[in-house]
Design a protein around this ligand. Structure first.
Ligand code: NAD
Length: 260
């Protein structure tokens, strides 16, 4: 379905971004990977995806908190693939602390990576998409783009901001073939959440499995984690012709979290 298209997925060396990159590659899209990690492992990861799905892949190590590195990544995508047809703004970090104790540099980093980077990639990708009159922008917000949780001020502010940015981008391009939508996952067991599981296990002196159950029980009625594969399937739907008129939605896949 997506052969001949190129998808850039920020933060795709791990977790949800990797799941979405694999799902798009399975549909035939070329992939520009981005994110941090061991250089040799990343090389293996993206060449492995290229081989497995018969697509072309590339990698940019651009830091999403640095606008000039984002610009360089977009120039690389243009040089190698002639632009980006599908943009998945997924890179994100978390820090948990009450507002009065929240480290200022963590606040700035979360807003830069989880929100502002999407502005930069989007402003740079839109001219290519408009030229072809086809484009898909998928923003990885969170259920925290719809509701709040104590201790997550920067993250909740950034994700609510990303949902707002999604709506405006969708509206500005509503008369074109370019759509913009947000995905709002509940708990997904990735390194970002594993840290919160570890912190809970240490704080309460409970085993890891009990800490996972406790996290889920608090917020996610299904009692089960959402998976990167399920989120990948939703991203593929947003890229399909059936979603041509899906514009500006914030679609939660959260085991019932936001229905409460
Ligand atoms: P993860 O930690 O597994 O992956 C994050 C990715 O972002 C990695 O590839 C990492 O290298 C990359 N990254 C981090 N900082 C970066 C930077 N400055 N520049 C470039 N890349 C950077 O996390 P995840 O759980 O897969 O999260 C992916 C997205 O999904 C995030 O935006 C997160 O907020 C969102 N999300 C996660 C959950 C969850 O439960 N895991 C729930 C809702 C939303």
């Amino acid at each position: 379905m997506l052969s001949g298209k190129t998808a850039l997925v920020t933060g795709s060396t791990s977790g949800i971004g990797l799941g979405i990159a694999r799902a798009l590659a399975a549909q035939g899209a070329n992939i520009v990977f981005n994110g941090f990690g061991d250089a040799a492992q990343i090389e293996q990861l993206h060449t492995g995806v290229a081989k497995e799905f018969g697509v072309r892949t590339a990698y940019s190590g651009a830091d999403m908190s640095k606008p000039e590195q984002i610009e360089e990544m977009m120039r690389m995508a243009a040089a190698q693939f002639g632009g980006v047809d599908i943009l998945v703004n997924n890179a994100g970090i978390q820090h948990v602390s009450n507002v009065e104790d929240f480290p200022v540099e963590k606040w700035d980093a979360i807003i830069a990576i989880n929100l502002t980077s999407a502005f930069h990639t989007t402003r740079l990708a839109l001219p290519w998409m408009k030229q072809k009159n086809w484009g898909r922008i998928v923003n990885l917000a969170s259920v925290h783009g719809l509701v709040g949780s104590a201790g997550k001020s920067a993250y909740v502010a950034a994700k609510h901001g990303l949902v707002g940015f999604t709506k405006v981008t969708a509206l500005e391009n509503a008369h074109s073939g370019v759509t913009c939508n947000a995905i709002c996952p509940g708990w997904v067991l990735t390194p970002l959440v594993q840290k919160q599981v570890d912190d809970r296990a240490a704080r309460d002196g409970i085993p890891m499995e009990a800490a996972k159950k406790a996290l889920l029980a608090e917020k996610q009625p299904s009692g089960e984690f959402v998976t990167p594969e399920e989120l990948g399937a939703l991203a593929v739907f947003f890229c399909s012709p059936a979603a041509d008129q899906v514009r500006g939605v914030a679609w939660n896949m959260d085991g019932g979290w936001a229905a409460q």
